[in-house]
Design a protein around this ligand. Structure first.
Ligand code: F0G
Length: 457
């Protein structure tokens, strides 16, 4: 008999989590203004708000923390990280930052100016925020099939190369760089193929433009290339990662994802000139160029995390867990962005709650229902997150209204996945009785979803 699949780790430390009653949750979510970001973590049983900084570090990472060097300048922890970035990712220059959006802030301060246009696949919200804050434009050229949650495509996160060619032919003068987000978080944790990365490079070269990879989940992307793309089945994840980054000029990294640390980020680049342009901003916003807002111990944990996070066995365990949840939902007929993403399942709220007017935020309504059902916290990736158009101030209604269930790395077991699946099934079964959603009582002018205050519509 073939042995079943099991995790490639065992558990050395645990953290207690607490169930609650529906009555308690009704009170708590009301107090939280129907915004799940406002809940206290102990009001949550299974926390799928994000996979960012919420993973479990390994014994080796904790060990490395104990020997962190806290020198202000030139710490050995900085050089450990420099070596890991060179060996694993292939970049000669880098700069630590306290997290991914800080990397965007520093790099974009050097490269983005008013009126610029930055084409790519779906820009993450902080990326778009940093672009629009500079009165520049994020141009989403993701392949069309990404917005059909039922259609299968092995690389649903891809940039549409025809659209990119056309866009560059008409607008290259306004483009400081092209961005590719690996994996494509907004489109559902969907990977980008090596072929696509190569093609983006070709188009960029034609117009003499650099390419930026937003690399938060680069290792999960590499795993999918190994599993799904012809010619890569016998390559190691580390070999695939090296080839991926051979097509980039610089990368921004949220280390809280695929480097499996609780805080940290960096910018890596091939050009010393870009490093120099960024260094002043890094010193102003983050810290001296050899720590950039990170403790030495955290840089040490990050170096080890980059190595562990690019190991096949780890990635296989991780992505199979997300797939397991996807398969349970499929059994119950619950629609989600398929195939399952690398870090999350994105449930299709438009299909589940068509009776709720879209102006009443279907995905947020579904998120609140799931919380009420079982204390599970997901996150809305829909109209709230899409914000208002910066010029017209009208609400933007994206094609997809998704409830993201992000799975922290090495944190929950498949028993938790079963609870999530059944809780969602219970909501799904009573979907026809959910006819109204939520309305905004207060919102911030940019990136409103974090702090928005809502009430029942
Ligand atoms: N880029 C991508 C693709 C991301 O998913 C994130 C964060 C960032 C950049 C910003 O990094 O959080 O370290 O400042 N995504 C988290 C999420 C918050 O929940 O998907 P950060």
């Amino acid at each position: 008999m073939e042995l079943p699949f099991a995790e490639s780790y065992k558990i050395k430390m645990v953290e207690t989590i607490r169930r609650s009653t529906r009555t308690e949750r009704e009170e708590w979510i009301k107090t939280a203004k129907y915004n799940l970001f406002n809940l206290k973590s102990d009001q949550v049983f299974i926390d799928l708000l994000t996979d960012s900084g919420t993973g479990a570090m390994s014994d080796k990472q904790w060990g490395a923390m104990m020997v962190g060097d806290e020198s202000y300048a030139g710490a050995s922890s900085y050089y450990n990280l420099k070596n890991a970035i060179k060996n694993i990712l292939g970049f000669d220059y880098f700069m630590p930052t306290h997290q991914g959006r800080a990397a965007e802030n520093v790099l974009f301060s050097a490269l983005v100016k008013e009126g610029d246009c930055i084409p790519g696949n779906s820009h993450f919200d902080t990326t778009k925020g940093h672009i629009e804050f500079r009165k520049a434009h994020a141009v989403d050229l993701t392949i069309d099939i990404a917005s059909d949650t039922e259609a299968y495509h092995p690389f649903k996160g891809n940039v549409d190369i025809d659209k990119l060619e056309k866009y560059m032919a008409e607008n290259a003068a306004k483009v400081p760089f092209i961005i590719v987000t690996v994996t494509n978080n907004t489109a559902g944790g969907q990977p980008v193929s090596m072929e696509c990365l190569r093609e983006v490079r070709r188009v960029a070269d034609k117009h003499n433009k650099p390419v930026l990879f937003d690399s938060a989940r680069f290792a999960e992307n590499a795993y999918f290339i190994k599993i799904r793309e012809k010619g890569y089945e016998n390559k190691t994840v580390k070999e695939i990662v090296k080839e991926m980054f051979s097509y980039a000029d610089f990368m921004t990294m949220s280390s809280k994802k695929d480097a499996i640390v609780n805080i940290g980020g960096f910018i890596a680049m091939k050009s010393q000139e870009v490093w120099r342009q960024c260094s002043t901003y890094n010193i102003m916003f983050e810290g001296f160029v050899t720590y950039g807002g990170m403790a030495g111990r955290d840089m040490n944990a990050l170096s080890v995390g980059l190595d562990e996070g690019t190991e096949f066995e780890y990635l296989e365990t991780r992505i199979k867990q997300v797939e397991y949840l996807g398969n349970r939902l499929k059994e119950f007929g619950i629609p989600f962005q398929s195939p399952a993403g690398g870090h999350a399942i994105f449930v299709d709220a438009n299909k589940i709650l068509p009776n709720v007017p879209k102006e009443q935020f279907r995905a947020q309504t579904l998120a609140v229902e799931l919380y009420l059902e079982a204390g599970i916290r997901g996150v809305e990736i829909g109209a709230l997150l899409a914000d208002r158009d910066p010029e017209t101030r009208e609400n933007r209604f994206p094609k997809l209204e998704l409830l993201r269930l992000a799975i922290p790395r090495r944190t929950y077991t498949n028993n938790h996945m079963d609870v999530i699946a059944v809780a969602l099934k219970n909501v799904f079964d009573r979907r026809d009785s959910i006819k109204s959603g939520l309305k905004i009582m207060w919102e911030a002018p940019i990136m409103r979803h974090f702090t928005v205050e809502l009430d029942k519509a």
